[in-house]
Design a binder for this molecule. Structure first.
Ligand SMILES: *[C@@H]1O[C@H](CO)[C@@H](O)[C@H](O)[C@H]1NC(C)=O
Ligand SMILES: *[C@@H]1O[C@H](CO)[C@@H](O)[C@H](O)[C@H]1NC(C)=O
Length: 277
């Protein structure tokens, strides 16, 4: 099935339709057996994750285990590694366990934490291709909703509603670009053998400079969500492959911190953790 924004969002959103550059197809398997197209469901996610234009570079360097350059951000907690324009990023990979999220006393609702891997959105701000999971708490009831999603910013985000997500589920993400405007996202629940492959035929131009592994405090419209408390998110096998075939890895990546809310730290070149405070 070939999806377009217009088909998913309906004809009322004329302005959005005019902007839409995104076309994609979705295929899925469970334990290697194809899931019928009729059982694959995507819905527009109600908010934009991965809003571009975050962050303020930190003053100087902070000495962590890897002596990484640190930076502060209002909404990104995690690692960003940057390639050169002569040898761009082709592929980004990560595995992580979806965290347990609980409401943070005193923070506004909704509260949400989105865990994702992606390409661009840091030094290249006009586009970002990303996929991951999100936990969201709407009100003081503390009931947490978990979703898998992807987005090619500035296009709308999609929730893949047929991937159930629960705390501790192992999620594996591969984003494999074939050009600056096309690529494939593979979202796998390693715990149960679900694999979703989203093939994007055209999207907003990437520079393919930034490889990102992030826990994000998302925006709802123009308002930042409250940040819940969540269990540590370890990005395992966090690597990025360059167009040349070389591995950029995560070694020496810039570490974004959200002051007073979340810290990120690199432990070795394939292993990085973000935790809330
Ligand atoms: C992912 O795995 C967990 C078990 O760890 C399971 O509860 C959940 O339903 C799985 N989701 C999918 C989409 O397979
Ligand atoms: C990534 O895409 C290339 C084609 O551009 C393909 O040859 C390669 O097998 C893909 N890698 C993965 C891990 O999917």
């Amino acid at each position: 099935m070939r999806w377009t924004l217009a088909a998913l969002l309906g004809s009322a959103l004329v302005a959005r339709q005019a902007l839409a550059e995104l076309t994609f197809t979705v295929e899925a398997t469970k334990n290697g057996v194809p899931i019928p197209q009729s059982e694959i469901k995507l819905e527009p996610l109600e908010f934009g994750i991965g809003r571009v234009g975050h962050g303020t570079p930190a003053q100087g360097h902070r000495r962590f285990r890897r002596a990484n350059i640190a930076a502060t951000s209002a909404n990104w907690c995690g690692s960003v590694n940057t390639a050169s324009s002569s040898n761009q990023i082709k592929l980004v990979h990560a595995s992580f366990q979806h965290p347990t999220c609980t409401k943070r006393t005193g923070a506004t609702y909704p509260q949400a934490a989105a865990n994702w891997a992606g390409i661009d959105g840091d030094s290249h701000t006009s586009a970002l291709l990303q996929a991951g999971t999100v936990c969201k708490i709407d009100s003081s009831t503390g009931i947490v909703r978990h979703e898998a999603w992807w987005q090619w910013v500035p296009e709308a985000a999609y929730s893949v509603t047929t991937i159930p997500v629960a705390p501790d589920d192992w999620i594996e993400i591969t984003i494999n670009t074939t050009s600056t405007t096309a690529g494939e996202i593979t979202l796998t629940n390693l715990s149960q053998g679900h694999t979703y492959t989203i093939t994007i035929h055209s999207g907003p131009a990437l520079a393919r400079l930034n490889a990102d592994w992030v826990v994000e405090r998302p925006y709802y419209g123009s308002t930042l969500a409250g940040f819940p408390t969540f269990s540590d998110v370890w990005f395992d096998e966090a690597y990025a492959t360059l167009v040349s075939g070389a591995n950029l890895g995560i070694l020496g990546a810039k570490q974004y911190q959200i002051p007073d809310l979340c810290a990120s730290k690199e432990w070795d070149d394939m292993h990085q953790v973000s935790w809330s405070l």
